[in-house]
Design a protein around this ligand. Structure first.
Ligand SMILES: [Zn+2]
Ligand SMILES: [Zn+2]
Length: 238
C-alpha cells in the first residue's frame, strides 16, 4: 500500500490544499499517479514549505504518493464517492474554490510566489488568515512590521501635523508623550494579490492604532474579503 500519511505527519493546510486543487483542476478527472512529473513537482514544493521544515525530515511527508492520494481525496469531495477519507479543509476549500479554476490558479500562483520571496515568516493565528491564504497573510504582516518602513511613515505623518489613527482618529493624547508613539502600527492598504512583487512604499501604508489594526485584520479574515480604509471605516467604524 502507498505510504501516504506517515507517522506524525501534520494535516494538510489550506494553502497546501489550494495547490493540490490547482493541479486537480488541470487533470480533468484523470488523477495522475505518484510518478507523474506534476505530482513530483508539487511534492517538492510542499516539502519546502518553511513551516514544515521539521516534518519534511520524514521521507513520507508530502511524498508523491501522498500528493496523488490528496488528489483522489479531492475527487471524492468533487464526486461524493468515498467521502470518509476527506478532511474538513478539503471540503471547505472545495466549497470555496471547487468551481472556480481561475481564482484557484490566482491563489496558487500567489502562494507559490510568497514561498519564493520569504524564508522566515511570522506565525499567525488561524483566525487571522486572509482569503489569499496563510502564506500571503504572513507576507502582508511581515512587510508592514518592517521597523524601517514604520519609522518613515511616522516621520512623514509628524511632518504633516501629527499622529492619528486613520480609522478611529485617536491620537493617544491621553497617554504620556514618551510612550504614545508605540500605539501606532502600519497597515499595508494594497492587497497582496494585487501588488505581487512590487516594493512596499510609504504611500501605501495607513497608520492605525494597534486596536484598529487588529480589528481590521480580523474583519478581512472573517469576511474573506479585502477592505480599504474607506470601506472599513464605513462598515465597521461608524
Ligand atoms: Zn484606531
Ligand atoms: Zn495590516
Amino acid at each position: 500500500m502507498a505510504v501516504t500519511k506517515g507517522h506524525g505527519n501534520p494535516d494538510w493546510t489550506r494553502d497546501e490544499v489550494i495547490l493540490a486543487l490547482d493541479l486537480y483542476h488541470t487533470c480533468n478527472g484523470q488523477i495522475p499517479g505518484s510518478t507523474d512529473d506534476r505530482v513530483r513537482e508539487l511534492s517538492c514544493v510542499l516539502r519546502a514549505f518553511p513551516h514544515h521544515s521539521q516534518a519534511a525530515r520524514q521521507e513520507s511527508f508530502r511524498n508523491p504518493d501522498g500528493v496523488a492520494f490528496k488528489l483522489q481525496n479531492l475527487r471524492s469531495v468533487h464526486t461524493g464517492a468515498g467521502l470518509k477519507n476527506t478532511s474538513k479543509t478539503d471540503r471547505e476549500v472545495w466549497v470555496e474554490l471547487g468551481h472556480d479554476r481561475v481564482r484557484t490558479r490566482e491563489l496558487a500562483d500567489l502562494i507559490r510566489h510568497c514561498l519564493k520571496i520569504v524564508d522566515e515568516l511570522p506565525e499567525i493565528d488561524d483566525e487571522e488568515e486572509f482569503a489569499e491564504g496563510k502564506s500571503a497573510t504572513k507576507v502582508h504582516i511581515r512587510r508592514e512590521r518592517s521597523p524601517r518602513l514604520r519609522k518613515e511613515v511616522i516621520a512623514k505623518r509628524l511632518k504633516q501635523g501629527g499622529l492619528t489613527c486613520d480609522l478611529c482618529d485617536s491620537d493617544g493624547s491621553k497617554y504620556d508623550p514618551a510612550i504614545r508613539e508605540s500605539m501606532f502600527e502600519c497597515h499595508h492598504v494594497i492587497p497582496l494579490s494585487i501588488i505581487g512583487e512590487t516594493k512596499t512604499k510609504v504611500k501605501d501604508m495607513a497608520l492605525l492604532c494597534a486596536n484598529c489594526h487588529r480589528l481590521l485584520h480580523r474583519a478581512i479574515a472573517h469576511k474573506k474579503q479585502w477592505f480599504s480604509i474607506y470601506e472599513a471605516k464605513k462598515q465597521f467604524f461608524s
